[in-house]
Design a protein around this ligand. Structure first.
Ligand SMILES: NC(=O)c1ccc[n+]([C@@H]2O[C@H](COP(=O)([O-])OP(=O)(O)OC[C@H]3O[C@@H](n4cnc5c(N)ncnc54)[C@H](O)[C@@H]3O)[C@@H](O)[C@H]2O)c1
Length: 351
């Protein structure tokens, strides 16, 4: 197992990566939370059925709280239900909430841990590639509103993140693609290392992504100074694809699958704007290909509709804003000309 330190102003914690990492939870709770008497595990039935809660023993009295599947479960209603269950089992301020699952579970667990009794300790055991390389690290959490995704949330850093790569054995193929989309983003942000990250073992990939994410948090824990915003590379188009209900093979596009399309688009847009040369575009293609990602715009998405949705992006301040590669590295670029964006999308096959 590898230990990747995450250093943020609110404290230091470790991302532990490797097969069996989840079994370290008892030692982690004992070391970091000696007054803890109870643990509330938030998870989904599927993780229990796969046997991945076996050996997740916080070493204190433990209750298990099952939430539903999908974005619909990431709601204030579920958060209220969990808080009421925590009160019911007497979870005190000295105790701990443990999230075992993908990003839906770790976002919910993080949110309720931050508001139950004004905040209790949190340990995360992410079980998807997306969760292990991204969602469980960095202290952001959120629930959705009918008006949009991730609109209500807090910052609440975990005491530790246990990335047990053995649990990925049962992850469905589409969820692997989704994780690989975010992985492609981290690889590309890493510059010269991009292709070697794409070709590395899963343990090395998770550990390297944790280090990379950590490097974006050090001086911008709360996403206020622009540094953390670079992690939205590929995300402006990805969010538009997701909110348009884009699908492939009859099944809605996963977050990371949408990011893969967004990364290819961001490279082509940067080239059109004269910010990067064709070699950089080819590096994007090579990374996406090596991770077996489909970077085409899904059927049924029109360029004009996507531009309309992107202009409303919550992070875009009412103009077309993208994180783009360029001579000075990756930066947030505001007020991009809509005609150039339309032409880029059409060059990718969008109607
Ligand atoms: N807080 C952050 O910084 C951050 C960053 C990125 C994404 N997110 C959030 O993460 C969520 C997406 O997370 P996700 O992609 O992990 O999806 P998810 O949590 O919905 O998990 C995908 C599916 O895989 C199943 N699953 C999980 N682990 C499994 C395993 N080991 N074996 C078999 N099945 C397993 C789940 O039950 C679910 O059906 C979104 O809500 C997104 O907003 C948060």
């Amino acid at each position: 197992v590898r230990h990747v330190p995450i250093d943020v102003p609110s404290g230091r914690y470790e991302v532990v990566v490797g097969p069996g990492a989840r079994h370290g939870i008892g030692a982690l709770v004992a070391a970091r939370l000696s007054s803890c008497r109870a643990a509330a595990i938030v998870t989904q039935q599927r993780l229990i059925d796969e046997g991945w809660l076996d050996g997740v023993d916080p070493g204190v009295a433990t209750t298990v709280h099952v939430v539903g599947e999908g974005e619909g479960a990431k709601s204030l209603a579920t958060a209220e239900q969990l808080c009421r269950e925590f009160v019911g089992v007497g979870l005190s301020r000295r105790d701990v909430v443990v999230g075992v699952g993908g990003g839906v579970v770790t976002d919910l667990a993080g949110f309720v841990a931050s508001v139950h009794l004004r905040g209790v300790a949190l340990v995360l055991v992410p079980t998807t590639v997306l969760g292990q390389i991204d969602a469980a690290i960095g202290g952001k959490n959120a629930v959705n509103l009918p008006e949009g995704k991730n609109l209500v949330g807090t910052f609440h850093q975990p005491l530790g993140v246990l990335c047990d790569t053995a649990v990925l054995a049962t992850l469905p193929a589409r969820e692997w693609s989704s994780g690989n989309g975010e992985l492609a983003k981290y690889a590309l942000l890493a510059g010269d290392e991009a292709l070697s990250i794409a070709a590395a073992s899963i343990d090395d990939q998770v550990a390297r992504c944790a280090e990379l994410k950590g490097s974006y948090l050090v001086d911008d824990e709360r996403d206020e100074r622009g540094r953390r915003a670079i992690l939205n590379y590929g995300h402006t188009l990805a969010h538009a694809l997701e909110s348009s209900g884009a699908a492939r093979g009859g099944d809605v596009l996963r977050h990371g699958e949408a990011v893969a399309v967004g990364l290819s688009f961001a490279a082509l847009l940067a080239e059109r704007l004269g910010r990067i040369d064709h070699d950089r575009v080819q590096l994007h293609d090579a990374v996406l290909t090596s991770l077996e990602l489909d970077a085409t715009v899904p059927d049924g998405c029109t360029a004009s509709e996507l531009v309309k949705v992107m202009a409303r992006d919550k992070k875009a301040h009412h103009s077309l804003t993208f994180v783009l590669d360029g001579p000075a590295g990756f930066e947030v670029v505001d007020d991009v000309d809509a005609e150039v964006v339309l032409a880029t999308l059409r060059s990718m096959g969008a109607a």
